[in-house]
Design a protein around this ligand. Structure first.
Ligand code: HGY
Ligand code: MN
Ligand code: MN
Ligand code: MN
Length: 384
């Protein structure tokens, strides 16, 4: 399975370009359908495009679901998302090999648009499902080409009017466990192949707009310039110093300069600021401080998520005393946990500790250990 996934959307530099609803994403969604069909699983696609493959009937009773996402950040790594979906199918295979006949339905899920790389809001599929994003807002979000999500969905053969909260599908999820490559160095430093999540830091994305006045790069005197690049540059530098002072992390990973000519003073600069940290107030205070010279709009906010500590401890014990670790990365598991679903995450060691980059990695032996751990976690959640 891994080989089929690993080649889709990889570019010459070894990074992945799998924007939501792009050709690569659509190709992976078709791969998911085929893997479900190969296993005789009941394939469903909900109103928000999330894919579900069921072993058993969730209409009869809520089931245990495992899965993740297949989209990526721009130039992302191979494992962030796909490792969780491939491991979900492999865990179903392993349970069947073990002769397990689950007393509850088991589902494999693929959530749409987890990274928010195209439209700016992460975990879109699970946020729409649980009603934390208004469908009208989602439909109106635009990508770098100015296409709205509604335009893109129509081109993908989907009805944008269908987007919205989906209590029926939500009812199918009795419990959820997501396997994910670790996106830091905790497991490397602990020399542990597998970990169990305790929490997700509060984190958000803000759009900062710096307005100036376009003018000639050569004939405009310095005193006459209203160059938005200056307050933008000050904001980036102050984000870093404020993060150090406030004990959080902050990044400006995307900037749009218009009109974008080398010989014209820009008229406008738009920057996207990602801030995360254990202390929610410190995160918000940094945004207020750094955004003072800009128009600031919050694109997404994810409050702190504490996974059920008793469940996490039970899983860690069942997985041979796997370490319990927090994370600064957001996940669909966090959205479901916030919606009241009993949720857990299993992390697989990433020897480079690097993620959202082609440097992201996981060793085959650790991936196999992850599948075995996921199968055990599913049995624990299903009370097998
Ligand atoms: O950005 C994140 O935290 C996650 O990788 N989507
Ligand atoms: Mn139903
Ligand atoms: Mn990611
Ligand atoms: Mn991810």
């Amino acid at each position: 399975m891994w080989v089929a996934v690993a080649d889709v959307g990889r570019d010459a530099r070894g990074g992945y370009l799998r924007d939501a609803w792009s050709a690569a994403d659509l190709e992976l969604r078709e791969w998911f359908r085929q893997e479900a069909g190969r296993r005789g699983l009941d394939l469903r696609e909900d109103r928000n495009g999330n894919l579900w493959a069921w072993w058993g009937d969730p209409e009869a009773r809520p089931g245990v679901v495992t899965g993740s996402h297949l989209d990526s950040v721009r130039q992302g790594g191979a494992y962030d998302g796909p490792l969780g979906v491939v491991s979900a199918f492999a865990a179903i295979d392993l349970l069947r090999e073990q002769g397990v006949r689950p007393g509850v339905p088991l589902g494999v899920a693929c959530f749409t648009d987890e990274e928010g790389a195209r439209f700016g809001v992460p975990c879109m599929g699970s946020r729409l499902l649980t009603g934390v994003v208004e469908p009208d807002r989602a439909r109106g979000l635009t990508d770098d080409d100015g296409d709205t999500m509604a335009d893109v969905l129509r081109r993908a053969g989907r009805d944008p009017a269908a987007l919205g909260a989906d209590p029926e599908t939500r009812r199918h999820i009795g419990a959820f466990v997501e396997l994910h490559v670790e996106q830091g160095r905790a497991l490397v430093d602990m020399d542990a192949p597998i970990g169990v999540a305790t929490s997700i830091w509060p984190h958000g994305r803000w759009r900062l707009d710096f307005a100036g006045r376009a003018d000639h790069a050569g004939t405009t005197r310095l005193a006459d310039r209203d160059d938005p690049m200056i307050p933008f540059a000050e904001a980036v530098l102050s984000a870093r110093t404020a993060a150090e002072r406030r004990g959080v992390v902050a990044t400006v990973g995307k900037v749009r300069v218009s009109p974008g000519s080398a010989n014209a003073i820009p008229g406008h600069v738009t920057a996207w600021l990602d801030v995360r940290g254990e202390d929610e107030h410190a995160v918000r205070d940094l945004v207020a401080e750094v955004g003072a010279g800009a128009r600031v709009g919050c694109e997404s906010w994810s409050p702190r998520v504490e996974f059920d500590p008793a469940l996490a401890a039970r899983l860690a014990a069942a997985l041979g005393g796997a370490p319990l670790i927090g994370t600064g990365a957001g996940h669909d598991a966090g959205i479901l946990a916030a919606a009241g679903v009993p949720t857990a995450m299993v992390f697989v060691r990433n020897p480079t500790g690097i993620s959202h980059s082609p440097e992201e990695h996981a060793e085959p032996a650790d991936c196999h250990a992850g599948v075995a751990a996921l199968a055990d976690a599913i049995k624990e959640l299903a009370d097998e």
